[in-house]
Design a protein around this ligand. Structure first.
Ligand SMILES: [Zn+2]
Length: 186
């Protein structure tokens, strides 16, 4: 017995989102996945859903592909809610951030000379002489001692020059109170 079709209506149910390679965009894209049901109203028979299909739509190019019933079980675990999709995107962006290589902490010039940043020039001279004696390459310390001497000389050169010391302090965020404001003199 054949019933004449007297009406048809399409229903679309949002099923979720998934990340998948898009054949058109040729790259990974976000797809909206939904199922469509075409409900047909047949003469003398209440509305009957006769055809349903799963569809995935690329949210970039809006290309649509049908998902075969047999593929649906594979697709289902890939589906994400809107919230899960947002979280997934945030996490992927975070993962894509280049990880900064760990920066080796360079000692400050004050640490090289083992003095306080508030040290007076005379203190810096004394500290330099003491360490230079200890690390002088003539004492047979090898390449490490040479490097240490180089650091000592560089630190002394900067810190014994008031203008260069002030510039260095500024670059390091070291704030020196004017002499008149030193706590012991207040
Ligand atoms: Zn696409």
């Amino acid at each position: 017995m054949i019933f004449p079709i007297i009406g048809a209506k399409d229903y679309i149910d949002q099923r979720g989102f998934m990340i998948h390679a898009c054949p058109t965009c040729k790259r990974e894209r976000t797809f909206a996945v939904y199922s469509t049901r075409r409900k047909l109203t047949l003469y003398l028979i209440p509305t009957v859903g006769v055809r349903s299909q799963y569809v995935m739509e690329c949210m970039s190019c809006h290309g649509r592909w049908g998902i075969a019933e047999s593929q649906w079980e594979d697709v289902k675990p890939l589906l994400m809610s809107q919230e899960q999709l947002s979280r997934w995107i945030v996490e992927r962006e975070r993962a894509a951030q280049p990880i900064a290589p760990p920066r080796r902490m360079q000692p400050t010039l004050y640490q090289v000379l083992q003095v306080d940043p508030s040290a007076d020039p005379e203190i810096i001279d004394v500290a330099y002489r003491r360490l230079a004696m200890k690390h002088h390459p003539d004492r047979g310390g090898g390449p490490e001692a040479q490097e240490r001497m180089r650091q000592l000389n560089a630190a002394r050169d900067v810190l014994r020059d008031p203008a260069r010391r002030a510039a260095y302090d500024r670059s390091m965020g070291i704030v020196r109170l004017p002499d008149a404001m030193r706590p012991e003199e207040v």
